[in-house]
Design a binder for this molecule. Structure first.
Ligand SMILES: Nc1ncnc2c1ncn2[C@@H]1O[C@H](COP(=O)(O)OP(=O)(O)OP(=O)(O)O)[C@@H](O)[C@H]1O
Ligand SMILES: [Mg+2]
Length: 333
């Protein structure tokens, strides 16, 4: 059963270049669903549109980003379907964000208000939905949640800067899920952390699922090696599009799209030290998103490229159980 469904969504950044308006097509005709009970990994290299897609999932659209087309709907635990793309920003803020869908944004830790204690941050979140909420009730709830996630309850009384990186990230996660949202999106939640702390944060995220605090999760990262430890399914994004999605094991052991193959090669065939130095395994660069080439956006870098790939865009087609791929190699004619 789908918890969150995106149908043919496009969201572009409007930009002025030499007095001419252009669009950066950061999310371009994306269809994707997040199922009940799953952790969906969203992977792809820097600039491919992952964070923009997370904004579309929340319908948190702010200039210069514009929602161009598509549908975004969320099915609540009580069965009611809410159509986020039809709602005003005010309604989303008062009734949906934090309550049905919540996000731990990229670099959330540094975005915490340094002058507010954690309990005050939590109180403000709850009050945006329930103006009558009492501080002591929120604090009690927060302390309980911190304990559930293996964190000491005195954190409620601390300022963000008093917490270590890992503690701060886990606290942000605890606060974001205080109202037990159906869907949680986490954007690069482990990227700024050392390996040991990464593992602890992954455990906290897994706990949210095990303890039914959230129903579904979208885990955004450029790092397949991390996300495979927690995701049941992985969607691969390239230049504003989903190019493949499949159960995690299939993506790792039997990738279909040439781009996914390249990503997997780069994690399995290079020494960690080499990877750290940022060696690119896939030669070339992703295309410009202002005037993306017609046809397949990966064609330039693809070692299997055919004439057709440069002219026509491959549709995302279903291939076997729970698998989808957008590549002409897999279209039977
Ligand atoms: N405010 C903006 N104005 C114009 N273009 C933008 C803006 N924000 C992002 N972009 C562009 O949109 C595209 C997608 O960016 P996005 O941040 O969604 O990528 P990402 O996959 O999250 O990257 P990263 O892995 O570095 O976080 C990029 O080409 C980026 O340059
Ligand atoms: Mg990002």
């Amino acid at each position: 059963m789908d918890r969150l469904t995106l149908k043919n969504v496009s969201a572009y950044y409007r930009q002025l270049i030499v007095n001419k308006e252009v669009y950066v097509r950061a999310v371009d005709d994306v269809s994707l669903s997040v199922k009940k009970g799953e952790v969906l990994g969203l992977v792809g290299e820097s600039g491919c549109g992952k964070t923009t897609l997370s904004k579309v999932m929340m319908m948190n659209i702010n200039p210069p980003l514009e929602f161009i087309k598509g549908e975004v709907q969320l099915t609540r635990r009580d069965g009611e379907v809410i159509r986020l793309h039809k709602m005003s920003r005010r309604l989303l803020k008062n009734f949906v964000w934090g309550k049905n869908i919540s996000i731990v944004p990229q670099e959330a830790m540094s975005a915490l208000m340094p002058t507010l204690k954690i309990k005050r941050i939590a109180y403000d979140l709850v009050r945006s939905h329930d103006p009558n909420a009492k501080l002591e009730d929120v604090v009690e709830r927060l302390e309980k949640r911190l304990e559930e996630l293996g964190l000491p309850d005195y954190i409620a009384d601390r300022y963000p800067f008093e917490l270590s990186g890992g503690m701060a990230q886990r606290t942000v996660i605890a606060v974001a899920t205080l109202l037990n949202p159906e869907v949680l999106i986490v954007d690069e939640p482990t990227s700024a952390l050392d390996v040991l702390t990464q593992r602890i944060v992954l455990k906290t995220l897994a706990d949210l699922m095990v303890k039914n605090i959230v129903d579904s999760m979208v885990f955004i990262t450029h790092d397949i090696a991390i996300v495979r430890q927690i995701a049941s399914r992985i969607a691969v994004m390239y230049a504003g599009k989903i190019v493949e999605s499949a159960p995690t094991e299939d993506i790792i052991f039997n990738p279909l799209h040439p781009y996914t193959k390249g990503l997997i090669e780069s994690i399995t065939s290079l020494e960690p030290e080499v990877r750290k130095r940022g060696v690119k395994y896939i030669p070339g660069q992703p295309p410009q998103l202002i005037n993306p080439p017609q046809g397949c956006r990966f064609a330039d870098r693809c070692s299997f490229v055919m004439e057709k790939c440069k002219k026509e865009e491959p549709p995302l087609i279903k291939i076997g159980e729970g698998r989808e791929v957008a590549c002409w190699l897999y279209v039977k004619r």
